[in-house]
Design a protein around this ligand. Structure first.
Ligand code: LLP
Length: 423
């Protein structure tokens, strides 16, 4: 459920008409609904409450939407953060997320990033290789401390999602093979700078079937028993993120957070462990739209080309994953058209939708790309020397720019031309 609704023929974000934002901030612009973020945070918390032997540790996957305003909303909800770089870590801290609620994931943490994380006293490192364990141990030992760690295990389960966002198969780069985990834990336990506290798993994103998640969790449950028998402290089981959201109203609705929570409770019953979760998309996807203006409508061989002022550099998902985003007229005229919706970037891949049945639009009209709050602005680039997309947060009838449009001058001034080319 989201808070983007038609009122008096105009698409609103909560109580704010989107055309007001477009007029004052310009387009393209991401618009987020605070009430929707809060609602999803509550729905997820309710869904997993009671699972595990302690209050669930819910760490928002910052990569989904790292805007500090968004992170502040979630900090107020008591959420922690799942980060994959020093940049994400510092953003989470800046937004008021306590360091002890931060989990550091990722296959390529550098010594420098490990040091920064240890200085802040984060709650958990999710190790993805034995080489990383050795490096972190050395860094922590040199700082006179022990890093709280778990291994992320790769359960070799097919998540049944897009190949580019599938992470739990043995051929993927993530985690250590679950079968070699007991030996890896034994070696990690002997390292002076580590303190083992549990295990982690994350098999992919935009999962629309609970089966693969349940299969992965079952394997983790067996592993926990083995590792306990081997004498390791198993205090936290981090079950990752990955639950999908509805993008296309014509497709079956993915399992609800409540159904996910029920599955988690069933599979983890008796584990006697605190559960951690790293939801990203589920919390913010439906809380954001990319608002864009139609530059022109050009005749096409079969269907007209609706050329938006947003492009693949603003919302990469359709180009990268053939992702489907609903495209709505901000002031629908009550008639439909079939069109190809594209951006101005000079690539055929700069295509949002082909042969899409949608609200009829003309040049100058506003359109909204729905469900763009996750992996939208954060994946934007300046390709074709287009400024980074600004972002707006709405709460009730209030709204404010939470990331300003980058002036083109700043974009250009970021490069330096060497002396020897100056004359
Ligand atoms: N935890 C870990 C270790 C992850 O790698 C991810 C996402 C998450 C949690 C959050 O997953 P979520 O709950 O959001 O599914 N750019 C792609 C998605 C990449 C996801 C990467 N990892 C997209 O636009 O679909």
């Amino acid at each position: 459920m989201d808070h983007f609704t038609l009122r008096d023929g105009q698409l609103h974000a909560e109580d704010v008409a989107l055309d007001t934002i477009a007029d004052q901030v310009g387009t393209p612009v991401y618009v987020y609904s605070q009430a929707t973020i809060e609602r999803h945070a509550n729905v997820f918390r309710d869904a997993v409450t009671g699972a595990g032997n302690d209050a669930p540790w819910i760490s928002f996957a910052v990569k989904a939407n790292p805007n500090r305003a968004v992170l502040s909303v979630l900090a107020k909800q008591g959420f922690g953060a799942d980060v994959v770089s020093a940049g994400e870590l510092l953003r989470a801290v800046a937004a008021g997320i306590p360091a002890e609620k931060i989990i550091f994931s990722g296959v390529g943490k550098t010594e420098e990033e490990m040091r920064i994380a240890l200085e802040h006293g984060i709650g958990q490192f999710n190790l993805e290789s034995e080489q990383e364990a050795e490096m972190l141990s050395a860094v922590a030992a040199a700082m006179g401390t022990r890093a709280p760690v778990v291994y992320r295990v790769n359960p070799d389960v097919d998540a049944g999602t897009h190949a580019k966002i599938s992470t739990g198969k043995s051929e993927n780069k993530f985690g250590i093979p679950i079968n070699s985990a007991p030996a890896a834990y034994a070696r990690a336990a002997a390292l002076p700078g580590l303190k083992i506290q549990g295990v982690a798993v994350h098999i992919g994103s935009q999962l629309t079937d609970l089966g693969p998640l349940a299969a992965a969790f079952e394997k983790v449950g067996t592993l926990i028993a083995t590792l306990r028998a081997d004498g390791h402290a198993m205090l936290v089981a981090d079950l990752g993120g990955g639950l999908g959201v509805p993008y296309n109203p014509a497709q079956p609705v993915p399992p609800s957070p409540a159904e996910y929570g029920e599955m988690v409770r069933r599979v983890t019953a008796g584990w006697d462990i605190r559960l951690a979760f790293e939801p990203g998309r589920l919390i913010v996807a439906n809380a954001g739209v990319l608002l864009s203006r139609v530059v022109r409508v050009k005749d096409g061989a079969v269907h007209p080309w609706v050329i938006a002022d947003a492009a693949m550099n603003d919302l990469l998902r359709p180009s990268l994953y053939d992702a489907w985003h609903d495209i709505r007229g901000v002031a629908p005229k009550g008639t439909n058209m079939v069109a190809n919706v594209v951006g101005p970037v000079c690539e055929t891949g700069d295509t949002f939708a082909m042969a899409r049945e949608m609200d009829s639009v003309d040049a100058g009209d506003l359109i909204a790309f729905m469900t763009a709050g996750a992996y939208g602005a954060t994946m934007a680039s300046t390709y074709n020397s287009r400024a980074l997309t600004p972002e707006v947060l709405v709460s009730g009838d209030r709204w404010t720019v939470v990331r300003a449009r980058q002036p083109l001058e700043a974009l250009i001034a970021a490069d330096t031309v060497p002396d020897w080319l100056a004359e």
